[in-house]
Design a protein around this ligand. Structure first.
Ligand code: PLP
Length: 427
């Protein structure tokens, strides 16, 4: 096996100069079902679904065959200025069939970040088309993550991610994530009916520990938004496709967003794609009086990606994976609590469905080193799990078995109990 050099590759969100990064020598070369393999023949359980994507398993022949067939027939066609292709037509139909929010239109993109941009622009365009260009403020929430493009970055709730890139985009505002009163106060202060276009939400926050909404919170926020004619844009990039229990987390909380979007597991990671869905009313308002949505990018709704998504949706239905996810979720909760809850280093275990996060006790200065140490030790245990600072992200594929979840939790338990004894590392 050829071992590649790593001298030219610049990894995303990676502390390239940190010694621990330099000494991680795992290069993945193969994926099969719920497992990944490296260039030295080691096998890893994909306990983080390869950055929340791998829903139905790596290397599935039926997906690969469908994608190959599409490549042979029509390797690419864009969706600009009236051009279209069959996979985008079929996928939009399928997504609308599965949409519980009375949406009728699908706009494709390439990734979560660009779906966020599309959602922001769509909301502003809607009010502009209604003759209210001043109703353009987009409200975000602290602790959320919506991607790295400038609009998404400006609306996310992590100052450290934003700091080097200022100035951020104008006309956005952050509110505390789970505080309904802050929303009510702000909406009254700024006269939301006149000035706020939309709120951008993650129904469950997944990138600052896992933050679940307080009881009744989303219903209250939804009522407030309806009262002030503020659109709800629901980012289901991490939570959608059955990952958090129902097909959509919004549905689980009684939300009826005006816009919802999927990415990541939409193709189970086989190809880049995002899909944003919205109402006929928004679609018609923007496409009126000779005007239209001046937005899109070359590879949005790539035919090969659409074919992959169609197959993934077919597999989810055929194998009843949303139901299976629910069963696995209860097993996951049991094993994580059984093997990890009482360890000294563990602060909290939070989750919903197959989406969990474990917060470790740690001082700010030690966070980066602790995360990398945990990641490395877990790789040695044959577990591919994301450790980002003090957070361990757990998101096994929906095709996992209960036995695999037990083994994963036991392995994490071994690593964390070892680290519990190395107090210098975390406190
Ligand atoms: C909730 C959420 N929104 C948006 C994004 C951005 O997606 P992408 O990395 O595909 O641009 C992510 C990625 O982690 C996410 O978790």
């Amino acid at each position: 096996m050829e071992v590649m050099s790593n001298k030219n590759l610049w990894l995303a969100f990676s502390r390239m100069e940190q010694l621990l990064y330099k000494t991680i020598e795992v290069t993945f070369i193969q994926g099969k079902g719920a497992y990944l393999f490296d260039d030295k023949g080691n096998k890893y359980f994909d306990g983080f679904s390869t950055l929340w994507t791998n829903l139905v398993g790596h290397g599935r022949p039926e997906i690969i065959e469908a994608m190959t067939k599409q490549l042979q027939e029509l390797s690419f066609m864009h969706l600009f200025t009236g051009s279209q292709h069959i996979p985008a037509q079929k996928l939009s139909e399928k997504l609308i069939q599965k949409n519980p929010f009375n949406h009728s239109r699908v706009f494709f993109g390439c990734a979560g970040s660009d779906a966020t941009e599309t959602a922001i622009k769509l909301a502003r365009n809607y009010w502009f088309s209604k003759g209210m260009p001043g109703k353009n403020i987009i409200v975000g929430r602290t602790s959320t993550y919506h991607g790295t493009s400038m609009g998404a970055l400006s609306l996310m709730g992590h100052e450290s991610y934003q700091e080097p890139f200022g100035p951020l985009v104008d006309g956005v505002h952050q509110l505390p994530a789970t505080d309904y009163n802050a929303f009510e106060k702000y909406f009254n202060e700024v006269d939301a009916k006149k000035n706020v276009a939309a709120i951008l939400i993650e129904p469950i926050i997944t990138s600052d520990g896992l933050i679940l909404p307080p009881e009744g919170y989303w219903k209250q926020i939804q009522e407030l938004c309806r009262k002030h004619d503020v659109l709800i844009l629901s980012d289901e990039v991490s939570t959608g496709m059955g990952r958090s229990g129902d097909f959509y987390a919004s549905e689980m909380y009684g939300l009826k967003p005006d816009v919802v979007y999927l990415a990541k597991s939409l193709t189970s990671g086989y190809a880049p794609l995002s899909a944003l869905m919205t109402t006929e009313e928004i679609y018609r308002t923007i496409n009126s009086k000779g005007k239209y949505f001046m937005h899109g990018s070359t590879f949005s709704g790539h035919p090969v990606s659409c074919v992959a998504a169609l197959k993934v949706l077919e597999i989810i239905e055929k194998e009843n994976l949303v139901e299976r996810g629910k069963q696995l979720a209860s097993a996951l909760s049991t094993v994580l609590n059984k093997y990890l809850k009482d360890l000294e280093i563990v602060k909290t275990i939070n989750g919903k469905g197959l989406l969990y996060e474990i917060e470790l006790k740690c001082t700010d200065e030690k966070e980066a080193e602790l995360g990398m140490t945990v990641y490395k030790e877990l790789l040695n245990e044959g577990q591919y799990i994301r450790a980002i600072g003090k957070f361990l992200c757990i998101a096994p594929p929906l095709i996992s078995t209960e036995e695999e979840l037990v083994k994963m939790a036991q392995a994490i338990g071994r690593v964390l109990s070892k680290l519990s004894n190395q107090k210098g590392l975390w406190r």
